[in-house]
Design a protein around this ligand. Structure first.
Ligand SMILES: Cc1cc2nc3c(=O)[nH]c(=O)nc-3n(C[C@H](O)[C@H](O)[C@H](O)COP(=O)(O)OP(=O)(O)OC[C@H]3O[C@@H](n4cnc5c(N)ncnc54)[C@H](O)[C@@H]3O)c2cc1C
Length: 374
């Protein structure tokens, strides 16, 4: 079965069942996406991996636990300039990701964002089953792990009792802002996410209180000024302090206790509590996939950037080998060699010859460009 984007699905037979009328009926429980390669992580190295595989005629699907592509570049330093990308004397980190997205667009990779790869299982036929946290399943010929420093997880409130309200009244990201309409919202944090969501939800919520441990903000000064203006107009409140407890009633979170600068404890009513204290990386499920690890990084060879499990490759910050440098350009080189090794693997071991993008018409066709070679 093929969808409008050309993705190939296969219904998987996981067993049979018996009924009185029909002795043996197939039991089909899930659909699997069939593809050449699944790339775990859509940071700069995962994105460039798509390009190198695409040149060799291979189709990729990318999975990332974040809601957007770009990895550390977008998550940690989007506006900072990078000076060591070859042939780009200076390039903003987010700009680099935009350029990579443009470069890989001829190969139409499919992105599966906001889901973590949980399971990578080698199958007897030499292929792999990959399963994500939201239940997306793949059957692929090779896996490239480009997971950087691991999945980014939100820094959570470390006061006991809040966890049982997660997803109901306590949130660490905003997927659908309409769920906060008409609610008494409390936002924790002093960075761009906290300030942006404060300003965004203010017209929609019944009330908004922003709480931060100090009056120094990391957020853009213009957003801080807008927030302070709204406070002066009595449209919202800003409170300097930290959360020390919660008030519950009948299995609902009704208020939080906030220790303020003067040492007092205030009770702040809340229906929805949104915490934006940044993200921290966690290796997560990768540690369970039977790969040789060294200090939380995956050991690879330097010929193919293959792990100890044939068919599973690792590129970018997640891998380690003698002399490894955690630089974007190292990941680009690793992706090129991994792609050739994958193409050979999927080609029954037959050598794949090197072609130049300047002169090879097959590569031009794959890139969707017309070149006058006369
Ligand atoms: C402040 C700062 C400045 C930097 N400046 C430079 C510089 O000037 N030049 C340079 O070359 N490098 C620089 N770096 C380093 C550079 O950002 C990294 O080398 C690069 O981001 C590594 O890319 P990557 O694709 O390997 O991993 P990442 O960018 O870390 O992306 C990995 C992605 O994988 C996802 N992921 C992880 N596990 C899973 C899973 N199980 N399922 C789904 N998704 C998963 C993560 O969510 C993440 O999006 C800098 C880094 C920082 C922090």
């Amino acid at each position: 079965m093929t969808d409008l984007l050309g993705n190939v699905f296969r219904a998987s037979l996981i067993g049979t069942y018996l009924t009185r009328e029909s002795p043996l009926l197939p039991l089909v429980l899930f659909m699997e996406i069939q593809t050449d390669v699944v790339i775990v992580g859509a940071g700069p190295c995962g994105l460039f991996q798509v390009f190198e595989l695409g040149l060799l005629g291979l189709k990729s699907h990318l999975v990332d636990s974040l809601d957007y592509a770009g990895g550390q570049c977008v998550e940690l330093y989007p506006d900072k300039p990078i000076y060591d990308i070859p042939a780009l004397p200076v390039c903003g980190a987010k700009e680099l990701i935009d350029r990579l997205q443009e470069q890989i667009s001829p190969f139409s990779p499919t992105f599966h964002l906001g889901q973590q790869v949980h399971e990578v299982t080698p199958l007897e036929n030499g292929r792999f089953r990959v399963v994500t946290s939201t239940g997306t399943r793949f059957d692929c010929g090779a896996v490239v792990i480009a997971a950087g420093v691991g999945s980014f997880s939100p820094r959570k409130l470390d006061v006991a009792g809040f966890e049982k309200y997660e997803g109901r009244q306590v949130f660490y990201s905003v997927r659908d802002k309409s769920i906060h309409d008409g609610k008494d919202v409390v936002i924790l944090g002093g960075g761009d996410s906290a300030l942006d969501w404060t300003l965004d939800l203010l017209p929609r919520a019944n009330s908004v209180v922003l709480i931060h441990r100090s009056s120094d903000f990391k957020a853009a000064p213009a957003s801080v000024e807008r927030m302070r203006n709204h406070c002066s107009e009595m449209e919202m409140q800003f409170l300097e302090g930290s959360v020390v407890g919660l008030v519950e009633d009948n299995d609902s979170l009704t208020a939080i206790k906030v220790k303020t600068k003067d040492g007092g404890v205030r009770t702040v009513p809340v229906e929805h509590l949104l915490t934006f204290w940044g993200l921290h990386p966690k290796l997560g499920p990768i540690a369970e996939w039977g790969l040789n690890l060294s200090k939380n990084r995956i050991e690879v060879d330097t010929e193919k950037f293959q792990t100890n499990v044939p068919g599973i490759f690792a590129v970018g910050d997640i891998n380690v080998y003698p002399g490894k440098k955690k630089l974007i350009l190292s990941g680009f080189h690793e992706g090129a060699l991994a792609a050739f090794a994958i193409a050979e693997r999927l080609n029954g071991g037959e050598k794949v010859s090197l072609q130049y993008t300047t002169t090879n018409t097959q590569l031009h066709k794959r890139l969707g460009v017309t070149v006058d070679l006369s």
